[in-house]
Design a protein around this ligand. Structure first.
Ligand SMILES: *Cc1c(COP(=O)(O)O)cnc(C)c1O
Length: 453
């Protein structure tokens, strides 16, 4: 399988190159040259374990790593999960909750980043190379990225976070990691400062190539690919047709579900649930995609302004016509808004859920079923109530509530959200490097502490 850019100006890449490249050089996102049709496999796949199914699905997209090696990488990646089913499903009233948070940082991002860490290590090893990963985080991505590559000998990771402005649990998940290849950079500034520092560092092409700087952001193709697996794993254990409800920020998670449907999983509906940051729910209800202000909510991992993975969806919406996509993206940068013609996607129904409803959903679910939802998952459950009342819906649970104990406390009035992995962080030695929001200081630190080949 080869990978092409949504903007059409990058020569096709192999899987391994697509994984290392992340964003395409022409500024586009990489997509597979064709989407495999797996309808003939579904019966056989029904009884496979998560890891076996991951091997089948990843093999369709990756033809430049031997199957035995892929099997080993997948085994290692999911050995870090604390449940034998990896992503188990539980009944909560008439909803089914697909628990995607059994990985090391208790958020669904581990499903992809655990595998990506092993893929990076393997590909670099084969090429005799090393890599320095630079990221900026306001929450879950940084800790999951660190957990994905900690201890890998040919990778160093530098994650910038705004000092004092991430949640306590999120900060501890980054600063209590003792491995020497992990650098948590506590920046004296805002998240926007961190992101600006990251972008400016990547623009320094000299540093970028001499230090082989890479990113683990949500546009990496391997992250989308790894997320396709749980849609099949959960969906094949249910009666068709299927409805999934997906708490959405950058459109990575729900896009994996959309691909699963294109591949032949019998999906009838994907419910796209946003918080007050409703750029995507507005789009799927009106056809207008308009940049807005970021609102801070109780589901901070969905507080986004522009959904970075959405370009992949638009590309397919344009009939895989890269030149049309390029003109749409240019229009969006110029005007901050685009309008698409043609029928919107028949699979997707969207809704934005406000904070009051989110907290009420956490409280009601606890009182009626004794099950504690995290605020992101609650947004998806609330959307399912209005978009698919009385239907069987698989609701994706994207984080464990112990990551967001303040929201649970606000909803229920009690300190109920605990997890041994979070409780164990308290009192552990912490380690971070305090840096000013200054480009030279960040670059200097990476030069001095990163790997060079
Ligand atoms: C990242 C994240 C989301 C949003 O996922 P996208 O792929 O960005 O749409 C939802 N919930 C949690 C807990 C997250 O960490």
């Amino acid at each position: 399988m080869r990978y092409v850019s949504t903007r059409g100006q990058t020569p096709p890449l192999s899987f391994q190159d697509a994984v290392l490249t992340g964003l395409a050089p022409d500024g586009g996102l990489l997509v597979p040259e064709s989407i495999p049709d797996v309808r003939g496999e579904l019966e056989r796949w029904r009884t496979l374990s998560f890891q076996e199914l991951a091997l089948e699905i990843v093999s369709l997209f990756c033809d430049d790593i031997p199957r035995e090696d892929l099997a080993r990488l997948i085994e290692r990646a999911y050995a870090s999960f604390d449940h034998p089913a990896v992503t188990p499903m539980v009944d909560v009233g008439e909803r089914q909750i697909l628990e995607l948070w059994h990985g090391p940082t208790l958020a669904f991002k581990d499903v992809a980043l655990q595998l990506l860490g092993h893929l990076f290590e393997y590909i670099l090893e084969a090429r005799g190379q090393s890599m320095n990963i630079l990221g900026a985080t306001s929450g879950d991505t940084g800790s999951a990225a660190i957990a994905g590559v900690r201890g890998h000998h040919n990778i160093h990771i530098f994650i910038m976070f705004p000092r004092g402005r991430t949640s306590r649990v999120q900060e501890l998940q980054m600063t209590t990691v003792a491995d020497a290849n992990v650098h948590a950079l506590s920046i004296d500034g805002s998240f926007d400062d961190c992101q600006a520092l990251m972008k400016s560092t990547f623009v320094d092409l000299d540093l970028k190539s001499s230090m082989r700087l890479g990113a683990v952001n949500s546009v990496n193709w391997a992250r989308v690919m790894a997320q396709i697996v749980y849609y099949f794993h959960a969906g094949l254990r249910q009666r068709a047709p299927l409805t999934f409800s997906v708490p959405t920020g950058n459109f990575g998670d729900i896009f994996a579900g959309w691909l699963a449907a294109r591949m032949g999983l019998p999906v009838e509906r994907l419910l796209l649930a946003t918080n007050e940051n409703d750029i995507l729910s507005v789009f799927f209800n009106t056809g207008v995609y308009r940049r807005g202000e970021v609102h801070q909510t109780v589901s901070p991992s969905m507080d986004i302004q522009v959904a970075s993975n959405f370009e992949r969806f638009l590309y397919y919406h344009c009939g895989e016509d890269a030149s049309r996509l390029v003109s749409l993206m240019a229009e969006f940068s110029a005007k901050g808004e685009i309008r698409t013609e043609g029928p919107l996607d028949p699979l997707i129904r969207a809704r934005s859920v406000d904070t009051r409803t989110t907290l009420a959903t956490i409280r009601d679910t606890w009182q009626e079923h004794g099950y504690l939802l995290d605020p992101h998952t609650a947004v998806g459950v609330a959307a399912a109530e209005t978009l698919a009342p009385g239907r069987l819906v698989i609701c994706l649970a994207t984080a464990h509530p112990a990551k967001f104990p303040e929201a649970v406390q606000d909803a229920i009035g009690e300190d109920l959200a605990h997890h041994p992995a979070v409780d164990a962080l308290i009192g552990k030695p912490v380690r971070s490097v305090e840096l000013p929001a200054d480009l030279d200081a960040v670059k200097q630190f990476i030069r001095e502490h990163g790997l060079t080949t």
